[in-house]
Every structure is written in C-alpha cells, then in structure tokens.
Design a protein around this ligand. Structure first.
Ligand code: GLC
Length: 663
C-alpha cells in the first residue's frame, strides 16, 4: 500500500492533472504512470508525434447494440483489451452509454441504444470483458450528453425523474461490472457544468450508485480545476498548464481542503495500485486473425434484416449486380476520437459474395467522391448490368464525415444522389436489395417501397463486407434487432430538428424517448425498436408469470418452426395499466438471445424485481412501485409481442401514498 503521507502538498496537487494527453503523473516514478487510450470499438493509440497506431476496427457500439448479444459484448471487450496489452495501454476509454435521444446526434454510432436496459446490460458485459484481461475502462460520458451541437457550452435541462428513469440507468447497470473509472461529460446539467456538479458526481454517482473509483474529466471538460475537485473530479485530462496554480491558490485561500485533496489522491493511488495488481491478469488469447474474425462475427450479428420480400438469401447460380461506394470501401465507423486506423484492406462486397458461392459482379454506378464531380457517371453501364442480373445489391449510407464527434446530422435522409441511385436501380430491377450503413436511424420513406429488401448494416468495422456477404447468402442467418426506433421522418421524432438555443437544450419529452414516445403517441414508425427479421420463423408460447419471494419469475418458450437454424432476441416489456403519473406504455426490462436449431424449442426465464415495475417519484425522492395491474409482454420486437399476461402488485398500503381508486 502506498503511503499518502509520503507525498508533499505540491506532489498531491500535481497528481490531480494528467502528465500529458494520455498519461497520468508518476511524480518521477514514485507512482506508476497510467496510459489511457480510446476507444470503444478498437484502439486509437497515439504516439508522441500524434500518429495513430493501427488496430482492429470492430463494429461500433451501436452495431454491437444491434446484436443484442451479451456474449459478443464481452468478447469484444476481451479482444480490445488484448490489443491494449500489446500497446501497453492500461485503460481503454470506453464504453459510451449515452442514450440515443435524437437520431441526429453525430456520436450515436458510439452509443448502444435509445433504451437504458439494452445499453446498460451490453456495456456491463463489455466492461467485464475488458477488465477480465487486467485492463481498465472508462464508462462515459456521465451524464445527459446526448447531442454534439454546442456540447461544451449547452446545458441539458432535464427533470429529476427523467434523469433517473432514462439517462442514469445505463450507467447504473454498467456500474455492476465495476469500471475502474467514469468519465464526466462536457455539457452543463441544469445550468451547472457536469465537471463542477457535486450533486451529480458525488451525490448520485458515488453515494447513490456506489461508485468508488476515479472520475476522470472528458478531455478539456474542466472549466475550473478547483471547483471540479470539490465536485470529486479526481483527474483532469489532458494536462493543463494552469491547473496546478489554480489548485494551489484555491488551497491557500481555503477554498479547497486537505480532505478534498486527499480523497482524490487516494482514489488515484488506488487506481495506480489496481493497474499494477491486475497486470497478472493480462493475457493474450487471440491472434490478430482471430480478432478480425471476431469483428466479422459481430458485424454479421449486427446486421438487421429490416425488409425481405422473397429475395434473400441469395441462391447459388443467381447472377448478382453489386454497386455503391461502401460495397468497395466498407463503412468501418464514424468520425472523431473513436476512429480506428485499421491496417485491414476492406474487402469488396462482390468478391465476398463470390467467396460465399454466389456469382456477383461489382460495377461502379454511383457518384464520384472525388469532390470535383457529384453526379452519376457510368450509370448507364451500371443500370444495364443491374437490369440483366437476377438481383441487384446496392450499398449506400452515411460515413465518418456525416456521423462524427463534434457535429450532429442535419437530416435522417440519405443524400439525394444515393436516393436517385436506389430508385434508378430498383426501376431497372425490382429485385433490388439495399444495404444501409450508418450510426443512427435513417429516413427511408422516399424509396423503401421501391425495393424488395433492406439490411441495416450499422458501421460494421473492418470485416463489415465479409459479414454482409454471409448474411446475404444465408451463410449466416440474420439475427440483428434495431437498438433504436426508425421513425418515418425527422418531424416525427420527439425533438425534431430542435437542437437547443446554444445555452439550453430542454428535454421537454421527459421520459418519452424513442419507442417510449412513439408508443405513447400511438404513432406509426418505419421500423420499431427491437425489430429485425430472420430466415427462420419463431413461435412464442407458454407464458407464465409468478411471484417468488418478492421477485417475479417470467417464463415462456420459443420454438423455431422453420427448417433453418437461427438466433432470436427475446424481449420482455412491462407496462402499468394505471398509474398516478404519466408512464410509457411499455418499457424493456430484460432480453436474451437464444440459438435454436430447426424445430427446436427452448424455455426462457427472466426474473424481475419490484424496481422493474417502478417509476421514480421526485416527491418521495425514490423509486415507487404502485399497487395495481401491470402488463407483462414478450416477443421479438417492441411492437410484435405475441405473449402477454397481467400481474397484480399489492404492497401494504402503509408502504406508499394513497392512490386514486380506479372506477
Ligand atoms: C473526446 C471524447 C471522449 C474521448 C476523449 C479522449 O473529446 O469526448 O469520448 O475518450 O476526448 O480522446
């Protein structure tokens, strides 16, 4: 154990700020230096001269969210940790679990979902995976950092109940894996910089959620180092020249105390000791090739089959036309601090389809991206080939410039050129399949009726086109599900094109975020949260809900009634039939992905607690489970729930305030 008393005041104050952009201070070797590196879907390790070292580019976290596969989340964490070990990185600055409140947010590709249960459970497994290899994580960005516009200056104005029910729970659930650090966000929350928000960082994160690790600032998120220390931000990153002087002056005028300084230094020392004590866990179990294959596997499970009118899977002997820029380049990820420099040369989708046994030819028939010319060239050749093929596969979507940290999208639509490309090819060949790459919901209303099938690929990493080829040809049965709702248009979303006024972004929709909003408004959507087709057919049955020792056991069966083995994501939603407050119609409370051979049936059991039925009551300053009837629904999508049952909860009247008596 390191003796804090061996440190002078100046040494302690020095420790509270990074040594440079990626390392903590070691006080000349008195403490081990901790090396941190981005990012959530692959290492972005910078050298001294600001070059990014190559690493495996995994599918982004929103793609991982689309797999709904907790095992893959853990494996992705393990694999990234193994590359961290190779680079002598001690902490990976990930995962990000901010809720996808608006599909315009430029960083949505880095975040798991619009739903806190899915986001938190997947992040928990990711953290377990990384830390199982003796490498730390940084759960981020706490809290309510849900758009990029003006992220350093704008205040997220959010009521207490909405914070507790929507923006905190993903962190709460992920904290079960005990991340070594939590990263506080840039924005203000209700008028106070998060980095100075003691009620949030010390009150909620530490006292309520039990986090006892290091709070690290987002890079340049600290406005006043002394105020941040009082809010329990232990480590300011990156190194900032005036931090020491600010702290020293604040100490001398009595604004910060020895207790506050020692509390943070103690946590930093404990972190350094944790890095050292966990080095024995560091082991590399996967080769570079195996990590690439894992990236392909995740990408194949992230692919969401949105629509399929009898054209997929592709069959041997069919002649396939392939077009569209991403079919050549892939779409590894979005832009910004999470962008991974992969050494892997993207595989051509047509070549990958051929490797899966189906004849395919790629022909460029799409706009040039050389900037000088926007518009079709060689379209005639492309259309002729598309018309003469049995089926056409075209790849379109967003990229690292449209979906990027520090900026938000301005539209949910594909570019007009891409839409025209889709419609031209679909006119030439109605058996057209569209592959859409991106980090967030896409407005497909202009063209979806013209095409026979659509796969939402996400930003699916370096192995993306290999994965899509496997799904297209049936080598992999698609099992991805949407981790966010796809609305019909931007105007239908709760926030529309509103992005705050530069000072405040008012969360007027409250808890009605994503599917919670569309279901409450009983609004049609293009594709609902949790939607995703398969080449198999699954049948649900045998729902039973029973109280067991203060918990509620929900069990049911799922049968694969087709001749194709496949994976199904079973989703469980809860809804209160009556309530003293406005509550979402249904909320996801548990999910699992199961594999079923043709004809196989499995039983699934979920266990719920009273908290799963509760809402956050500001007046009681706590979670409240009301007496009454609840609907328990189970199925493969938030809007396809074939099983439902009613459950009555009756707590003793003394345990809660009076309720309206329903007629
Ligand atoms: C960035 C991001 C954060 C990242 C950090 C270091 O601005 O907000 O996610 O880990 O700075 O690059």
């Amino acid at each position: 154990m390191f003796d804090l008393n061996s440190l002078t005041l100046d040494e302690k104050l020095t420790l509270l700020t990074g040594k440079d952009c990626w390392r903590t201070e070691s006080l000349g070797g008195k403490l081990p230096e901790i090396f941190m590196s981005d990012g959530p879907h692959g290492l972005r390790t910078m050298t001294e001269d600001w070059k990014t070292l190559p690493a495996t580019a995994f599918p982004t976290l929103s793609a991982l969210g689309s797999t709904w596969n907790k095992v893959l989340a853990k494996e992705m964490g393990e694999a990234i940790a193994e590359e961290a070990i190779e680079r002598n990185v001690d902490i990976v600055l990930a995962p990000g679990v901010n809720i996808k409140r608006t599909p315009l947010c430029g960083r949505n590709f880095e975040y798991v979902s619009e739903d806190p249960c899915l986001a938190g459970d997947m992040a928990e497994q990711y953290i377990e995976g990384v830390q199982s290899r003796g490498i730390g994580t940084s759960l981020k960005h706490f809290a309510a950092n849900n758009r990029e516009f003006d992220r350093l200056f704008q205040s997220s104005e959010v009521d207490a109940r909405t914070l507790r029910e929507i923006y905190f729970p993903a962190f709460e659930r992920a904290l079960r894996a005990k991340p070594w650090t939590v990263m506080c966000s840039y924005n203000l929350l209700n008028g106070v910089y998060v980095s100075e928000n003691k009620k949030l960082l010390d009150g909620v994160l530490r006292e309520d959620f039990g986090f006892d690790g290091v709070i690290v600032s987002d890079w340049d998120a600290v406005v006043d180092r002394a105020k941040a220390l009082k809010a329990t931000v232990d480590l300011q990153m990156p190194h900032t020249d005036n931090a020491f002087d600010t702290l020293k002056a604040a100490y001398e005028r009595g604004y910060i105390t020895d207790e506050e300084i020692d509390a943070s230094v103690q946590r930093l020392v404990a972190l350094a000791e944790k890095v050292i004590s966990n080095k024995s866990k560091r082991k590399i179990t996967r080769t570079k090739e195996e990590r690439h294959e894992l990236a392909v596997k995740i990408a194949s499970e992230a692919a969401v089959l949105l629509k399929n009118e009898g054209v997929l899977p592709l069959k041997e002997g069919e002649r396939i036309y392939v077009g569209g820029k991403p079919a050549k380049t892939g779409a590894f990820g979005g832009g910004g601090s999470s962008y991974v420099e992969s050494e892997f040369k993207p595989k051509d989708l047509a070549e990958c389809i051929k490797e899966c046994g189906v004849n395919a030819v790629y022909q460029e028939a799409y706009f040039s991206d050389d900037g000088a010319r926007h518009g079709f060239y060689n379209l005639r050749g492309g259309l002729a080939r598309a018309a003469s093929a049995d089926k056409a596969v075209i790849a379109v979507g967003f990229d690292r410039y449209t979906d990027c940290e520090g900026t938000d999208r301005t539209t949910l639509k594909l570019s007009p050129i891409a839409v025209e490309f889709i419609r031209s090819v679909a006119k030439a060949n109605p058996r057209t399949i569209v592959i859409v790459y991106g980090g967030s919901a896409v407005d497909m209303s202009e063209w979806i009726d013209d095409v026979a099938a659509v796969i939402y690929a996400n930003f699916n990493g370096e192995g993306g086109n290999e994965a899509i080829a496997r799904v297209l040809t049936g080598k992999v049965n698609p099992s991805g599900k949407l981790q966010e709702s796809f609305p019909l248009c931007l105007e239908d979303t709760p926030t529309g094109s509103y992005r705050g006024n530069g000072c405040a972004d008012v969360y007027t929709e409250r808890v009605f975020v994503g599917y919670r909003y569309y279901d409450e408004a009983d609004m049609p959507v293009l594709f609902p949260f949790g939607h995703g087709l398969s080449y198999s057919v699954f049948e649900y049955g045998g729902l039973s809900v029973k109280e067991k020792g203060g918990k509620y056991e929900v069990s049911f069966t799922v049968k694969n009634v087709s001749s194709v083995a496949g994976k199904e994501v079973c989703q469980l939603y809860i809804g209160a039939k009556q309530s003293m407050v406005a509550r979402p119609v249904r909320e996801l409370k548990a999910f699992d992905k199961i594999e079923l051979a043709a004809g196989e049936k499995k039983k699934v059991v979920f266990t719920l607690s009273l908290r799963d039925f509760a809402y956050y009551c500001e007046e009681l300053d706590g979670w409240r489970t009301e007496n009454g009837i609840y609907t328990v629904s189970v199925g493969g999508s938030s809007r396809e729930l074939p099983l439902s049952a009613e459950l009555e909860i009756k707590l003793s009247a003394d345990e809660q305030p009076s309720q309206r008596v329903w007629a």
